[in-house]
Design a protein around this ligand. Structure first.
Ligand SMILES: *Cc1c(COP(=O)(O)O)cnc(C)c1O
Length: 468
């Protein structure tokens, strides 16, 4: 499989190169040159497969020429071996034909583990093959950092430094990062905001000489391999409910559009999906877009679902590419228009076509708390605020009665105890494997929001790790 850029000007790359490159050189995102196809018979044959095996089968066409299905199976088996539910991604019934897909049984109890546990192993495998090492540097407002650290800890070819804003992540989120004491992991508490952290990381990457010298790399949500790994649970859930002989709907709480784009990809690969329902919080750029055809950036407001407090959904570019008939020039014009004016208007035909598959619903904080209460009363399920928004969006959609609704639960409620407290009046307990988290020793370094200081820190860490 080869990969092309959504802006049409970057070199065509193989899977391992796309894995390590992240963003394309023309500013676009990499997508597969063609969508692999699974026939109804091939999808039927996935019934009953353990999650890791099914995932390897779904991913194998994307890594063909670089990794075999057997290698992918070995890697996926290892990646999901320590998830705390034997089904890895279990379905729970919450209504007549309504289901929640629990994606919080990984080490950091949010769905990002499902992709990152695999991506960490892919990095290690590919880097060892090439005789290379990388320094992953990233900024986090909470969830991504811990999932990335868990994915990269103790990997021979990878060192990782994660920046978080000092005092501005929750206790659980900080401890999930700082209690990892592996030699190849460093946590930096930056005296500033999350935006400062992001700007600092950008400054490091934009210093090209430094970037090359340190072999800087990223595992952020625009990395194709993360989308690829997420396609697997769409197949697993749909097949469990009878696909390809049953058509299904998915509802997805959405921030950067990476998760729901994986659902779109599954549909392009032959999975019978009727509708993809997008849930957003007050940062509702996607809901406004699907209602109007115009994407207009506004300021970000903090909400109870912070992992969706996003102004611009970076993976949306991949969807635009598909709906303008893969015309890279047009994607570039639309994205340039958006960058300069803060507004992007989709061609009418493209927007109308999107609306036959997608719809979106928004919930403010009060609406989210009401949903959490209502769902708990009706089903006994305590959902985290992100997952509640996904379920709520799915319930608002008008769906075919014979097509099950599968709502993606993206985090365990214990990850957002304050929101659960506000809705339910009690704090959810941490899962057993994390019960001692409040007592684990922590390691972190506090640093000024200054790019020079951070560069010195990363350089010193690289030297300590035996690099030039
Ligand atoms: C990251 C995250 C999301 C948003 O996912 P995207 O792929 O960015 O759309 C939703 N919920 C939780 C809990 C997350 O951590």
């Amino acid at each position: 499989m080869k990969y092309v850029s959504t802006r049409g000007k970057a070199p065509v790359l193989a899977f391992d190169e796309v894995l390590l490159a992240g963003l394309a050189r023309d500013g676009g995102l990499y997508v597969p040159e063609t969508w692999p196809q699974f026939s109804a018979a091939e999808i039927r044959a996935m019934r009953g497969l353990p999650y890791a095996e099914l995932a390897a089968r779904v991913m194998a066409p994307f890594t063909a020429g670089c990794l075999t299905e057997a290698e992918m199976k070995a890697m996926a088996t290892e990646a999901y071996a320590h998830f705390t539910h034997p089904a890895v991604a279990p379905l729970k019934q919450i209504g007549h034909n309504q289901w929640v897909l629990e994606l919080f049984h990984g080490p950091t109890i949010a769905f990002k583990d499902y992709a990152l546990q695999l991506v960490g192993r892919l990095f290690d495998h590919v880097l060892k093959q090439r005789g290379e090492r990388v320094m992953v540097v990233g900024a986090t407002s909470g969830d991504t950092g811990s999932a990335a650290i868990e994915a990269c800890r103790d990997r021979a070819a990878v060192d990782i430094v994660i920046l978080h804003p000092l005092g501005r992540v929750s206790d659980v989120q900080r401890r999930q990062m700082t209690s990892v004491l592996s030699d190849n992991v460093r946590n930096l508490a930056v005296e500033g905001t999350f935006d400062d952290c992001q700007d600092l990381v950008k400054a490091l990457f934009n210093d090209l000489a430094y970037r090359d010298a340190m072999k800087l790399s990223a595992v952020n949500s625009i990395n194709w391999a993360r989308v690829m790994a997420q396609i697997a649970y769409y197949f697993a859930a749909a097949v469990a409910l009878g696909a390809p002989d049953v058509t299904v709907n998915f509802a997805v709480p959405t921030g950067n559009f990476g998760n729901v784009f994986a659902g779109y990809a599954a549909r392009r690969m032959g999975l019978p999906i009727e509708r993809l329902v997008v849930g957003s919080n007050r940062n509702d750029i996607l809901t406004r877009f699907f209602d109007s055809g115009v994407m207009k950036a506004e300021g970000v407001v903090p909400t109870l679902s912070p992992s969706m407090d996003i102004q611009v959904s970076s993976n949306f570019e991949r969807l635009v590419f598909e709906y303008v008939a893969r015309d890279g020039g047009q994607v570039e014009r639309l994205m340039t228009e958006f960058r300069h004016s803060g507004t992007m208007t989709m061609p009418d035909g493209a927007w109308a076509a999107m609306r036959t598959l997608f719809e979106s619903h928004r919930f403010d904080d009060q609406g989210t708390l009401d949903l959490m209460k209502k769902l708990s009363r009706l089903t006994g399920e305590i959902l985290d605020p992100h997952s509640a928004i996904g379920v709520g969006a799915g319930l608002k959609a008008e769906l075919r009665r014979d097509a099950p609704l599968i709502a993606l639960a993206t985090a365990h409620p214990a990850k957002f105890p304050d929101a659960v407290m506000a809705a339910m009046g009690h704090r959810p307990a941490l899962p057993a494997h994390m019960a001692d988290l409040p007592h684990r020793p922590e390691r972190l370094d506090t640093i000024a929001a200054d790019a020079g200081r951070i560069k010195d820190y990363v350089s010193a860490f690289a030297r300590a790790r035996g690099r030039a």
